[in-house]
Write a protein that binds this ligand. Structure first.
Ligand SMILES: [Zn+2]
Length: 110
């Protein structure tokens, strides 16, 4: 996994963004290439669909942004748990609740 840390980081953060892979280094804050993380293809697919589903919902259903974001966070926590169990105890996985995206969308809507 390529990030800015000198030694390989085992500290990862799961966070959804609109355009990038949803896993970040918890130490240097670098966005990681999902392909380089030793996860099963199935879980990588689930992570990418999770990001894409949220982007789509925000565009299609802006009036339900609270519900959509709440559900998105719930699904994200489940995915973060799966990432943790696939990578094992050597890694520390954190999940960042999506809040900033909500305020960004609200600012644009109202
Ligand atoms: Zn790093």
């Amino acid at each position: 996994m390529q990030c800015f840390c000198k030694e390989q980081s085992y500290d990862l953060v799961v966070e959804a963004d609109f355009v990038v892979d949803p896993i970040w280094c918890g130490k240097c804050g670098c966005n990681l290439n999902l392909e380089e993380i030793p996860l099963t293809e199935k879980l990588k697919d689930e992570l990418m669909s999770w990001v894409q589903a949220y982007s789509k919902s925000v565009i299609d259903e802006p009036g339900y942004i609270y519900e959509v974001t709440h559900q998105h966070n719930k699904n994200g926590i489940k995915l973060a748990e799966k990432v943790q169990s696939e990578l094992g105890a050597k890694y520390t996985i954190s999940f960042l609740l999506l809040k900033h995206m909500l305020s960004y969308v609200l600012k644009r809507l109202y």
